[in-house]
Design a binder for this molecule. Structure first.
Ligand code: TRP
Ligand code: SF4
Length: 342
């Protein structure tokens, strides 16, 4: 069976973009693959090292979001990266063979340095971001890695590291070249028509209660040419129409097109109907979330127990790979000066 590993950084509440862009796919993969889903708290620390307090809170919240979406701890292994120290160890070993140029040339690295202001990312750790990510994947010999297009370069780097490792140590089996399962960018935008993102404050969160979802939908930008209700609208440029395309049926989309272009319905009404569709789709998640929250009330360790189970399963595999890698690199075992095993 193919093995899948993927991870997310616990940087805040998950939103509808995460669901459509990743989680929906993860939930499906559980049925056909052996899945490992990792809370990438060390990767979060690379960006948030000045304010690390939120990371562990966000980790628990993120796992609740995952389970609410249908990630099933009975089917998949859910674990926290920093609880399996083998990730750091393998990253250090892979760092020995990763040329600096590969990291400096990484498009994500260059982009982040340019775009992220107010945080100093010129750290050793941040440059090594893709090396740690490679370690995450290689420890489990995962051959499939579902990621967004923004992570494609990191996957390629992991593959290059594997090839270099095989070449240097004439080792064929210890590490497996992972293949990306590219997930398309989420098809919907934030309330302001920019990419949905926590940092833009334009996201509809999976944990938002119904009233908040309705409020956010009402604040969405529509066709700017439709000033009065009697003005004909252009659905193609309207964000709300995009949501209909994702959350309602083909026949509804047709209806919306008609009432918009013929000014039969105003935007407030149109948004209200869209919110009904969206809330309908979020409802199973809200139900599941309530179940988790009441389980947490009875036993506050519910989530930590799931993660501890996951850690055990993950670490068992991680240890084996790491031992093999160390053996091939010729370290770990103590030998006497004549090279005999002690
Ligand atoms: N870098 C990924 C992101 O920001 C998260 C991540 C960390 C990851 N380790 C991983 C994804 C391993 C896939 C596989 O989205
Ligand atoms: Fe958008 Fe609906 Fe208004 Fe048309 S009627 S502009 S689709 S919100």
């Amino acid at each position: 069976m193919d093995r899948v590993l993927s991870g997310m950084r616990p940087t805040g509440p998950l939103h509808v973009g995460h669901w459509l862009g990743a989680l929906e796919n993860w939930v499906k993969l559980q049925e056909t693959h052996e899945c490992f889903f990792m809370v990438a708290d060390l990767h979060a620390l690379m960006g948030e090292y000045e304010r690390p307090a939120e990371i562990s809170k966000n980790s628990t919240a993120m796992v609740i979001d995952w389970i609410a979406c249908g990630i099933d701890p009975e089917k998949s292994v859910l674990f926290v990266q920093s609880q399996v120290p083998e990730h750091c160890e393998l990253a250090a070993l892979l760092g020995m063979i990763t040329p600096l140029g590969w990291l400096e040339r990484s498009p994500t690295y260059k982009e982040q340095l340019r775009e992220i202001v107010g945080r100093d990312l010129t750290t050793y750790g941040f440059l090594g971001y893709p090396v740690l990510q490679a370690a995450d994947i290689l420890l489990y010999r995962a051959n499939k890695v579902p990621v967004g297009e923004d992570q494609e370069a990191h996957l390629e780097l992991a593959r290059e590291i594997v090839r270099r490792f095989k070449h240097l140590y004439r080792a064929d089996r210890a590490l497996v070249e992972p293949e990306a399962l590219l997930t398309k960018e989420s098809r919907i935008l934030g309330m302001d028509r920019r990419k949905m993102s926590k940092s833009y404050g334009n996201a509809i969160n999976l944990s938002d209660p119904e009233e908040i979802v309705r409020k956010k939908v009402q604040s969405m930008i529509t066709d700017p040419a439709r000033v009065k209700a009697t003005d004909a609208g252009h659905p193609e440029v309207c964000n709300v129409y995009g949501y209909y395309q994702v959350f309602s049926s083909a026949s509804t989309v047709k209806e919306v097109h008609d009432w918009c272009t013929h000014a039969k319905k105003g935007c407030t009404d149109c948004k209200k109907t869209m919110a009904d569709f969206l809330i309908g789709r979020l409802q199973p998640m809200h139900k599941k979330r309530r179940e988790i929250l009441s389980a947490l009330e009875k036993d506050k360790d519910t989530i930590s127990k799931i993660l501890e189970e996951g850690r055990k399963k993950a670490q068992k595999i991680a240890r084996q790979t790491l031992e093999e890698v160390k053996g091939l690199m010729g370290i770990g075992a103590v030998r006497d000066f004549k090279g005999r095993d002690k």
